[in-house]
Design a protein around this ligand. Structure first.
Ligand code: CUA
Length: 367
């Protein structure tokens, strides 16, 4: 009687586990899925993962089946009392043990071979292509991207030319962060006092997980999601970024666009917004190229902030309403952020609602 309810219980638990897996929508092709690689580095990493997975599944099935067979076949079937003797105790078979050791070593070899090849592949920049260099700096909680050869500096959104390897040089301004573009590969830590790097590439034929840029964007192409993958403080989960994947023509457009000066205000609200931006000390930390006095280097460069896909390091879509909400209450969206703590709070900045809306309209116009 007891036996039967136990089996029933186990069956129910199994069903619940299966349902949980299915109902959580365990999709394999999300925007941040590592199981759907969109570049050669991610593809190699996926291959290593699959070899390890299938070897493990094989071991699980063989060992599990053997265990279930033994439990079913060699079970003591009578009634257990105090007088029931222990079964015969043995010390196993030397031959079996040696065989199992050899099989285990062989399986480790099967996993180790592609892993070691993968380590060299990921750790070696393709030599015959001239790689683009992007310097990445992690800050609590946003990303600074610099293109030393192109003279471009931008925040929270970088662009990669399709089909060309990109070398990311990773640095941090404060604590340890981790640079991760799940669809393209990674991840690697940004460590204080250590020069880390990794390379990634987007291949034209593999871009299944890329989202299309908005139609009114100054350049056309697709973009990926990136994410900080190392706990770095209270807003770690809100430290995201976007990676544009552009063909050569659009990449050049992007570079030229980033290097151009900011648009002049063209409406009354934008004009007032620019004045409010200066009056409320925003320019102390933020750069707007071409605007006198707005040369701050502490926060993200805002010269073309209106043309970016996202706001506040990837946590919200870039539109006027979100921009107003973000400027109004940054600490609500990104607890502990420097703009709020060292700016609004420490400098006791009290912005009127009109100022907030006008600043948002001005920044939104900076396409
Ligand atoms: Cu930066 Cu987590």
């Amino acid at each position: 009687m007891l036996e039967k309810s136990r089996w029933k219980h186990a069956g129910l638990m199994g069903l619940v586990a299966l349902l949980a897996l299915v109902l959580t929508g365990c999709g394999l092709d999300g925007y941040q899925s590592t199981l759907a690689p969109d570049g050669p580095v991610a593809d190699h990493q996926m291959d290593v993962f699959l070899v390890t997975l299938w070897v493990s599944v094989g071991i699980f099935v063989v060992v599990g089946s053997f265990l279930v067979y033994c439990l079913a076949t060699f079970r003591f079937k009578g009634e257990v009392t105090e007088d029931t003797p222990l079964p015969d105790q043995g010390h196993g078979s030397a031959l079996t043990e040696i065989a199992l050791i050899l099989i285990s070593v062989g399986l480790v070899g099967v996993i180790a071979y592609p892993t070691i090849l993968g380590i060299f592949y990921v750790g070696t920049l393709p030599q015959n292509d001239d790689a683009l260099v992007i310097k990445v700096t992690g800050l609590q909680w946003w990303w600074k991207f610099e293109y030393p050869d192109q003279g471009v500096v931008t925040g929270n959104e970088l662009a990669m030319p399709i089909g060309r390897p990109v070398k990311f040089e990773l640095e941090t301004a404060d604590v340890i962060h981790s640079f991760w573009v799940p669809r393209l590969g990674g991840k690697k830590d940004l460590m204080p006092g250590q020069d880390n790097w990794l390379w990634l590439q987007v291949d034209a034929g593999m871009m299944d997980g890329a989202r299309e840029l908005p139609e009114d964007s100054p350049y056309q192409g697709h973009y990926y999601y990136g994410q900080c993958a190392e706990f770095c403080g209270e807003s770690h989960a809100f430290m995201k970024f976007r990676v544009l994947a552009l063909d050569d023509e659009n990449f050049q457009k992007w570079v030229d666009h980033q290097k151009s000066e900011a648009r002049e205000p063209s409406t009354m609200a934008e004009e007032l917004g620019q004045q409010a931006f200066m009056k409320n000390q925003c320019a102390t930390c933020h750069m707007i190229s071409g605007v006198r006095g707005a040369q701050g280097l502490v926060g993200p460069d805002l010269t073309h902030v209106g043309s970016r896909v996202s706001l506040a390091a990837g946590i919200m879509e870039n539109n006027l309403d979100n921009l107003i909400a973000w400027i109004h209450s940054p600490n609500y969206y990104k607890p502990g952020n420097v703009m709020y703590k060292a700016g609004y709070e420490a400098m006791n900045i009290q912005m009127s609602d009109d100022d907030v809306v006008n600043i948002a309209k001005y920044l939104h116009s900076l396409k």
